[in-house]
Design a protein around this ligand. Structure first.
Ligand SMILES: [Zn+2]
Length: 386
């Protein structure tokens, strides 16, 4: 086994920048490329750790912002840390709270010091700074922690994005100074909106800090889906090839396949559990609404090629019945399938990279989207869950 927080590249695609690797953490390995399920409040909604393990999950996400609001990092730390608290033995990544502060909160003040916002939970004013975010993440104890960043909305002017990108860099330097635990890998986040030169400058600046991993943030925030591919494509060449790369908040087939072709290794998104709660299944790249009439008498499994517990045991008709009756089991069974499906998609790409057949076998997903629509408009948005 390699050093914790190191990354080994095992295979490369000869026709794209795709690579297969292993990211080593203190709680086990993460085989890349890989989709990571999101457990915002220290649980992946409706799933137990046993379900997640069976679905092939390796690293799962949790969220600093939400866990700070409830139950608070002190309780998680008293429980023995996030792994013990949520009974997940594998690797965990915590987001810094930056994205949620800017997307979910009523912000009172934002300046170089940090952000003051009103808690949507109990109305109290909360002060988040880079130091505070890192301190909370040190207490939560995830394997990978994220720098506190300013995530500008889309659309935003070049001036707005430039200011946010520069502030994100100054905050990153403070995050590095504040970080107290050598067993946790601190990843930096490249911002820069839809402006290629800002993305590239940010990536070059971050690379100089020699972090254990790098993320591309601020995508899937309302821009047309094809821009995600463009942003990733212009940014990755400026990130060090020997470090893991994580595209935040993206979990759609086309956008993941194209990002992998540009050299991205890790993804997260709330899509699989969010769609499940809307009675929808992800099948072969499509979104199926189980309430639709034809499913009422369709006794096939969702996907006969899927090894998940749901597909191995239940029919579309049964799932349609549960969804229509609003039975809670519907959400668990659909989440099991949807999470398995997205992890399996990235696992299949990983297998294809080892055989150097990625470009051929995933050609249908490597054609750029030309709809001009956002992921929200096509029913695959990554808006936060609670
Ligand atoms: Zn399935």
């Amino acid at each position: 086994m390699s050093e914790p927080n190191s990354f080994d590249i095992q295979a490369r695609c000869s026709q794209s920048s795709a690579r297969a690797g292993i990211f080593w953490t203190p709680h086990g390995q993460v085989e890349t490329p890989r989709f990571m399920p999101v457990g915002t409040l220290a649980n992946v909604k409706t799933l137990t750790p046993a379900h997640l393990e069976a679905a092939g999950a390796q690293m799962v996400l949790s969220n600093t912002y939400h866990l700070h609001l409830q139950p608070g990092e002190k309780i998680v730390a008293s429980a023995g840390g996030l792994h013990r608290f949520m009974a997940w033995k594998g690797p965990i990544l915590t987001d810094s709270g930056g994205f949620q502060v800017f997307s979910l909160s009523e912000i009172r003040t934002i300046n170089d010091e940090g952000v003051i916002f009103r808690s949507p939970h109990d109305g109290l004013m909360i002060h988040f700074t880079p130091e505070r975010s890192i301190q909370i993440q040190n207490e939560l104890g995830a394997d990978v922690i994220m720098a506190f960043d300013e995530c500008p909305p889309s659309p935003a002017s070049r001036e707005q994005v430039l200011a946010a990108t520069e502030r994100t860099y100054r905050w990153l330097e403070r995050c590095i100074t504040a970080h107290q635990r050598s067993d946790q890998a601190l990843f930096g986040i490249v911002q820069g909106g839809v402006y290629p030169e800002l993305r590239q400058e940010a990536a070059q600046q971050l690379t100089k800090l020699d972090l254990p991993g790098y993320a591309i943030g601020g995508v899937s925030v309302g821009e047309p889906a094809e821009l995600i591919e463009k942003i990733v494509k212009v940014t990755t060449p400026f990130l060090p090839p020997e470090k893991p790369r994580y595209l935040m908040g993206v979990g759609t087939y086309r956008e993941m396949a194209q990002a992998i072709a540009s050299g991205i290794d890790l993804f997260d998104c709330v899509i699989p559990t969010r769609l499940a709660r809307h009675g929808a299944a992800l099948v072969k790249g499509e979104r199926w609404n189980l309430k639709n009439s034809p499913f009422r008498e369709d006794f096939q499994p969702l996907d006969e090629t899927c090894p998940c517990y749901t597909c191995q045991n239940f029919s579309r008709a049964y799932l349609s019945h549960l969804v229509r009756a609003k039975e809670l089991l519907a959400y668990t069974l659909l989440s099991i399938h949807n999470v398995t499906e997205l992890i399996r998609f990235t696992q299949r790409i990983r297998d294809a990279i080892f055989r150097d057949r990625f470009s051929e076998e995933f050609a249908e997903w490597l054609i750029p989207s030309q709809s001009g629509k956002t992921l929200e408009e096509v029913g695959f948005s990554d808006q936060d869950e609670p």
